[in-house]
Design a protein around this ligand. Structure first.
Ligand code: ATP
Length: 593
């Protein structure tokens, strides 16, 4: 965070210098356009680079911001500031409605969807009579700031770049927050995020609206800089160029957006001057060069240019750990022996395959229960049923909430997490480029309240310290404290599994579901894990675990439930199950002998 503040200060100093030097107006104009494009590209960093939601349609939101203020200020003589408020309100509403529909799309359907609405808005601008169709609106007034009319390009330069700096600051705050971690988890880790209590559908819409608002702000500035608007800068071409800027600069990095916007704007300007001389005529030859550049970039440097530069800058010290944040409140644990989880005739069919076949079992508070069975027996599916990842085909699942047993089948994963069920995954679900500490802090999502607006404004600091402190506490509890500043992806697989346990513990669970936690661990690490799980049990955390390592399971669990081909074939104390005929036949023969 300190590194970002230093970066922002240095960049502000450079911007002030550029603004005050007697540079030719042409340079200032170029800088203004870089600023306008940067705003849109910053939104794309959040949306596409960080959250993985590709949008080709951002130019249309620039158009909404530009047209709203141009129309109100010319038709009604409204102040540009009213135009800004109206433009942002219209943009937010449009983005919310469009986001409701398109953010549900996945894979290539999402970019296609964004192309569709980008085109629709473009043609809307060009066909509406009151917006003067394709001729557009002229005579847009200048912005007045503290009584000063911002007539010159230089005065607009300061306003535009103040907006860009503000956006970098706010988005940086957001990304380093509880919501930011959830946003980063949207890219390929949506299921994990939901299991940690994140409302991923809402999160997608929220960042879509934020990205659109940045585009709308850019449109407002554009309209009052250019003093005229027409549909051409808001079409699909522009949408592609914005995306291109973010990708070239480094779609996952805020500074990458500015770098990409600067590079492409300057390059386009130069190419537009040089290429027609080379090829003759007035074609848009720069598009060809951009196309070739993109292909090369995607092959050679998919991350964009900023990471290359970043490696040459002084290494950023990761999140500074606060030493003395107050501890988060913990939920009450039910007394040992009380029923905690009751699975009754749970059934799951995938088409014709019965993965879980009317399985019933119960787990009491304070127990460690092992769910075992050969490969494909339905254990992970059972976990997914309990945690709401997949819906039941039949039966019910009840979990202790308050004093009674409440049905949880049919609830969303995040609702089940909020009742106190946390889990790890058979195939680890981490964000490899994020620090171990931040990965673990995702688990504390439901224990924080500060949302996106407070995070943007940096009002979440106190809570953030508590969440990170909790993540650190859990990492130390599982023995990974020394690795908290490492990238999660650099950990050995066994350590990644332990990290997942720390993350689940951050949820403050009553029931912990661990899917093969000992896989990939060495003997001593397994011993340490077993000790940890016993300690957790002692602290009132109940555990349901799937594990193939029979020594580990037999020495640790209080009871076992054995499944084969989706059906429960045995249940009981480990030593009894070990002698059970059906189990020996199905599964344990080699080990028991
Ligand atoms: N989403 C799905 N769609 C279709 N079939 C599925 C799905 N998930 C699981 N299955 C099938 O359900 C059966 C049970 O799978 P599951 O992963 O629950 O078994 P498991 O006991 O956890 O096995 P393992 O120990 O190998 O992880 C398997 O035949 C599997 O192919």
């Amino acid at each position: 965070m300190r590194a970002r503040a230093a970066g922002l200060l240095a960049f502000t100093a450079i911007l002030l210098l550029i603004g005050m030097l007697p540079l030719p107006p042409y340079w200032i104009t170029l800088a203004n356009y870089i600023g306008l494009y940067s705003l849109v590209a910053l939104g794309l960093v959040l949306l596409t680079g960080v959250a993985g939601l590709t949008s080709f349609g951002q130019a249309a939101f620039v158009g909404l911001g530009a047209y709203a203020t141009a129309y109100l200020s010319t038709a009604y003589g409204a102040s540009p500031w009213i135009g800004l408020a109206a433009g942002l309100a219209i943009t937010a509403l449009a983005a919310f409605l469009i986001g409701l529909i398109t953010m549900r799309l996945s894979g290539h359907y999402l970019p296609l969807g964004t192309i569709a609405w980008g085109l629709s808005l473009f043609f809307l601008f060009g066909n509406l009579e009151f917006l003067n169709k394709y001729d557009g609106i002229t005579g847009v007034p200048v912005i007045g700031l503290f009584g000063l009319p911002l007539v010159s390009g230089r005065s607009m330069y300061f306003l535009i770049w103040a907006c860009v700096l503000g956006a970098v600051l706010c988005l940086g705050n957001l990304l380093d927050s509880r919501s930011g971690r959830a946003i980063r988890a949207l890219k390929g880790r949506g299921m994990m995020a939901e299991a940690m209590g994140v409302d991923t559908a809402w999160m997608k819409i929220a960042i879509f609206v934020i990205a659109a608002l940045l585009a709308g702000l850019s449109g407002w500035l554009y309209a009052h800089l250019q003093r005229a608007v027409n549909p051409s800068p808001f079409g699909l071409n522009a949408g592609i160029e914005y995306l291109f800027m973010a990708v070239v600069g480094g779609a996952g990095y805020l500074w990458g957006a500015i770098l990409g916007a600067a590079l492409l704007t300057v390059l386009k300007d130069q190419l537009q001057a040089v290429l027609p001389l080379l090829f003759g005529g007035n074609g848009n030859y720069e598009v060809i060069v951009f196309g070739i550049m993109l292909v090369v970039l995607l092959q050679r440097a998919r991350e964009g240019l900023w990471p290359y530069l970043q490696r040459r800058l002084p290494r950023r010290k990761d999140t500074v750990m606060p030493e003395n944040a107050p501890a988060l409140p913990q939920r009450a644990r039910p007394p040992a022996g009380e029923p905690l989880l009751r699975v009754e005739k749970a059934r799951k069919q995938f088409g014709g395959l019965v993965a879980v076949n009317d399985v019933s079992f119960e787990l009491q508070a304070g127990e460690i229960v092992g769910l075992i069975g050969p490969n494909g027996a339905g254990k992970s599916t059972m976990f997914n049923l309990v945690t709401g990842v997949v819906p039941l085909t039949g039966g019910e699942i009840r979990f202790r909430a308050g004093d009674g047993m409440r049905r949880i089948d049919g609830l969303a994963s995040r609702r089940i997490a909020s009742l106190g069920i946390a889990r790890s995954f058979q195939h680890v679900q981490l964000l490899p480029a994020m620090s171990v500490l931040e990965n673990v802090a995702i688990g504390a999502h439901l224990r924080g309240r500060r949302g996106i607006p407070s995070s943007l404004a940096g009002l979440n600091r106190a809570e953030e310290r508590m969440l990170l402190q909790e993540a650190r506490r859990q990492l130390e509890r599982v023995g990974l404290g020394r690795l908290m500043h490492e990238e999660a992806g650099s950990l050995a697989l066994g350590q990644q599994r332990i990290l997942e346990i720390a993350r689940a513990l951050c949820c403050d669970p009553v029931l912990l579901l661990l899917d093969e936690p000992a896989a990939g661990l060495r003997y001593q690490e397994k011993q340490a894990l077993a000790d940890l799980l016993r300690r957790l049990k002692g602290e009132g955390v109940s555990i349901l675990l799937v594990e193939h390592d029979m020594d580990f399971v037999m020495n640790l669990t209080d009871r076992l439930v054995v499944m084969e081909f989706g059906t429960k074939i045995a249940e009981g104390l480990p030593q009894d199950v070990q002698r059970n005929e059906a189990v020996l036949e199905a599964y344990l023969g080699g080990i028991a002998s």
